[in-house]
Design a binder for this molecule. Sequence first.
Ligand code: S3P
Length: 173
Amino acid sequence: MIIVLIGYMASGKTSIGKKLAEKLNYSFLDLDDFIEDKENLSVSKIFKTKGEIYFRKQEALYLKALLNSEKNTILSVGGGTPCYSGNMDIILAAKNVKCIYLKASLPTLANKLLLKKAKRPLIAHIETIEEMTEFIGKHLFERSQYYNQAEIKVSIDKKTKDDVVEDIILSLF
Ligand code: S3P
């Protein structure tokens, strides 16, 4: 089985994905890391030098390749992955794939992202909590229609990563 973790930037897809993989004895893959390896460039550099459209094309391409894996895998994707190129339909239609939305409230995301914006080209320029909250609020409004199609939704607010892993396991099995 492949378990795909989706959710907004800083919702914990990578860190929770790694813990979940350890607990279930699954492999772990992060789509952004995979893209960086294959393209030999950081996500920020890809956005800067080749543009977002190029990034989205490569993202869709590598996602399809990884969804074909026969190994038990936890796959964390980027915050934008489900929202482009029909990727959410592809994830939902893929065989032996379960999709989980790690859901976080606007204040949780805005506070976390103000500290973790540097490597994220879409928000790196935002300076204040007010601006960050406004940007994420609008962005989440557009993206939620994709995220909410996940079969399983798990809230991360006010929980430790281990709590979230437990909640995921309870909803999976
Ligand atoms: C993006 C999220 C990032 C990365 C890229 C674009 C987005 O991944 O794919 O910067 O559109 O939300 P994380 O969600 O892991 O930060």
